[in-house]
Design a protein around this ligand. Structure first.
Ligand SMILES: NC(=O)C1=CN([C@@H]2O[C@H](COP(=O)(O)OP(=O)(O)OC[C@H]3O[C@@H](n4cnc5c(N)ncnc54)[C@H](O)[C@@H]3O)[C@@H](O)[C@H]2O)C=CC1
Ligand SMILES: NCC(=O)COP(=O)(O)O
Length: 339
């Protein structure tokens, strides 16, 4: 694709019984997006029609893709990823919709690999119903990391006011401390710094690192990870001239608004980073998988089954995910941006 053309953004519907189809339809209902990107929905026209009727949305037109990779440039394109009729029951977790969400994801990833689309936005899957022999992963992040052949990736939650990356992602809390190693923190810091430069155009990024234990260990009284692992990594980074600071106690850090002094924050585990992120930036927040050869974003929420089919789901995060995928794709492909 030449950079003058609009990026073709693949959008998977996620679990058909969750809020994925609703937020996709509502976000794309804003026609201004068509001036910027060519959206390609991976899923099923039948499911889209079902939700259009259920939610009473009339202003949403699309073109079904008949020939692989041939997309209508000024339209919302829909790729039908399965032939059979899958029963849609909003709010209900089922193995069938788990399987369908995987089929759409796999097809989108294949077409991304083939260069038929330029970036991927994924609506939420139900990690439990999709988990199977065919998908032995904890989520999209782990699947995409393997599919696109990366050694490591970074779960990077991004918004205009806050960026938070994670050292450990989808693992039980009981396993977190053992997973906090010098090598893993270094790898995540490297990915975060590269992404801030390459994807966000920040020449000399400032990064804050959080501690693991209460009060960042209180000098070793409340845990040794800060003294033995995290501080030495931060010191080494500083000695290399990197603007890396910490480790900071996580609670007071956000309470004092200290995150606004940094381009990104590295959290040690999922909820340590995502609780403040979602509290401060839920609607604008986007989940970005940094460190891959391709661009993938998603909204920062899940299937929200309790809201499905009720027209109560907020589509802002999905819309931001599309804009963010566009911006990062452009950043990576415009010759003038920082690499
Ligand atoms: N990227 C992905 O595919 C993700 C998938 N999930 C999956 O989603 C399922 C449910 O996860 P939960 O932890 O309950 O998180 P959730 O994000 O689905 O729901 C958390 C709370 O936020 C509300 N909420 C979520 N999205 C909203 C929206 N767009 N508008 C208004 N309110 C919204 C929900 O009603 C609920 O009260 C799980 O199966 C999980 O695996 C969760 C996060 C990411
Ligand atoms: N809470 C973030 C999250 O679960 C991201 O999941 P995924 O993008 O890896 O599927």
């Amino acid at each position: 694709m030449s950079t003058a053309q609009k990026p073709r953004i693949g959008i998977t519907l996620g679990d058909l019984n969750g809020i994925g189809p609703e937020v996709v339809i509502k976000a794309l209902g804003d026609n201004r997006l068509l001036n910027l990107v060519t959206p390609v929905i991976y899923g099923s026209a039948r499911v889209i029609t079902f939700y259009k009727k259920l939610l009473n949305i009339e202003e949403f037109n699309y073109t079904q893709v008949r020939n692989k990779g041939q997309f209508a440039p000024k339209s919302i394109n829909v790729v039908n990823c399965w032939e059979d009729t899958i029963e849609v029951n909003p709010g209900k977790a089922t193995p069938e919709t788990g399987k369908a969400s995987l089929t759409a994801l796999q097809q989108a990833c294949e077409e991304l690999k083939e260069g038929l689309i330029d970036a991927l936005v994924t609506a939420p899957i139900d990690k439990h119903s999709v988990h199977s022999e065919a998908f032995p992963f904890k989520g999209h992040t782990e699947y995409l990391t393997q599919f696109f052949g990366a050694q490591e990736s970074l779960m990077f939650m991004v918004s205009d006011s806050l960026r938070v990356g994670l050292v450990t992602e989808h693992i039980p809390v009981k396993d977190v401390a053992a997973a906090i190693t010098k090598e893993r923190i270094e790898a995540k810091l490297r990915l975060m710094e590269q992404s801030l430069r390459k994807d966000f155009g920040i020449t000399k990024p400032r990064i804050a690192v959080l501690g693991l234990n209460p009060h960042a260990g209180d000098g070793g009284l409340l845990g040794q990870e800060e003294e033995k692992i995290i501080k030495p990594v931060v010191t080494e980074q500083k000695n290399k001239g990197k603007l890396v600071y910490g480790p900071y106690p996580a609670d007071g850090f956000f309470a004092a608004g200290s995150h606004s002094k940094y381009d990104a924050v590295l959290a040690m585990y999922h909820d340590q980073g995502l609780v403040p992120f979602k509290t401060l930036a839920f609607e604008q927040g986007v989940n970005f998988t940094a460190g891959l050869s391709i661009v993938r974003t998603s909204p920062d929420h899940g299937t929200a089954y309790a809201l499905a089919g009720k027209n109560h789901a907020d589509e802002s995060s999905l819309r931001h995910a599309i804009y963010q995928a566009h911006d990062i794709f452009k950043h990576r492909n415009e010759p003038s941006t920082e690499k």
